[in-house]
Write a protein that binds this ligand. Structure first.
Ligand code: ADP
Ligand code: MG
Length: 254
């Protein structure tokens, strides 16, 4: 690892002229993006602008029609033919969805140990130790033996976060992680994400929590109709938006 310094400066996510269609709908239009390790990028934009599709493409959940997507040196090819790269990317990229997508028939701890035992080949004891540490880190170690249905939404989302972290991802993707939560539970999930950001995790986050975005983002990207219309630091985008689309969007949500 003698070229560590150089490696850490290389982008961990690279999109070059990515185009994606759903039938005739051009949902990603010439998207270019580079994210450096440790960077926290927040994607904002109206419903239907393509934010989910954008981040789903990054871990191969959506195929695309042209351009290049490279994640940590692994290239995804258009039309979903990722082969080995796709498998590698799936193990290196963690994702947290709006709906928590926990396994309802498994305990909280088993939800977190499943992938490490199945995919990383850890034994049960090793995986349990990691799970307990991560559950403690997201503040729910006392819930480990319960089932998802016995937890609040905020607790379930923190389990989902612990589950993703158990794979020791190089990159975390979040798609509106607090949108399905009651207002009083949003803070506890944002707190866990804030802590993760402060520890240096590379994160791509789609959210409507503008206060949170302003606080944690290194960069804010505004998406409209499948295009990156504007991007910059939180103060550039929130306080001095240049594009009229950004101004109109922010005037509705701020
Ligand atoms: P956002 O997350 O910003 O709300 P999406 O990425 O979910 O936007 O969707 C962008 C556009 O693509 C929308 O017009 C949506 O209806 C459309 N879309 C999303 N998923 C599909 C799909 N699987 N098939 C067809 N159209 C889709
Ligand atoms: Mg979405």
């Amino acid at each position: 690892m003698s070229d560590n310094a150089q490696a850490s400066a290389a982008p961990i996510v690279q999109l070059e002229k990515v185009n994606k269609y759903f039938g005739k709908l051009h949902v990603m239009q010439d998207i270019d993006l580079e994210i450096t390790p440790g960077e926290v990028v927040v994607i904002i934009g109206a419903s239907g602008s393509g934010k989910s599709t954008f981040i789903r493409c990054v871990n191969g959940l959506e195929e695309f029609q042209s351009g290049r997507i490279i994640v940590d040196g692994n290239e995804l090819t258009p039309y979903g033919k990722g082969g080995k790269s796709l498998q590698t990317i799936r193990t290196e990229v963690g994702m947290v969805f709006q709906q928590f997508n926990l396994f309802p028939h498994l305990s909280v701890r088993a939800n977190v140990t499943l992938a490490p035992t199945r995919v990383r080949g850890l034994d049960d004891a090793q995986a349990s130790k990691i799970a307990d540490r991560l559950l403690e880190r997201v503040g729910i170690s006392d819930q480990a033996d319960k089932y998802p249905g016995q937890l609040s939404g905020g607790q379930q989302q923190r389990v989902a976060l612990a589950r993703a972290l158990a794979m020791e991802p190089r990159l975390m993707l979040f798609d509106e992680p607090t949108s399905a939560l009651d207002p009083e539970m949003i803070g506890e999930v944002l707190d866990a994400m804030r802590e993760l950001a402060s520890e240096g995790m590379t994160m791509m986050i789609v959210t409507h929590e503008m206060g949170f975005a302003r606080e944690v983002a290194d960069r804010v990207i505004f998406v409209h109709a499948g295009r990156i219309v504007e991007q910059g630091s939180p103060s550039q985008v929130f306080d001095h938006p240049q594009h009229e689309r950004t101004q109109a969007f922010l005037s509705r949500v701020l």
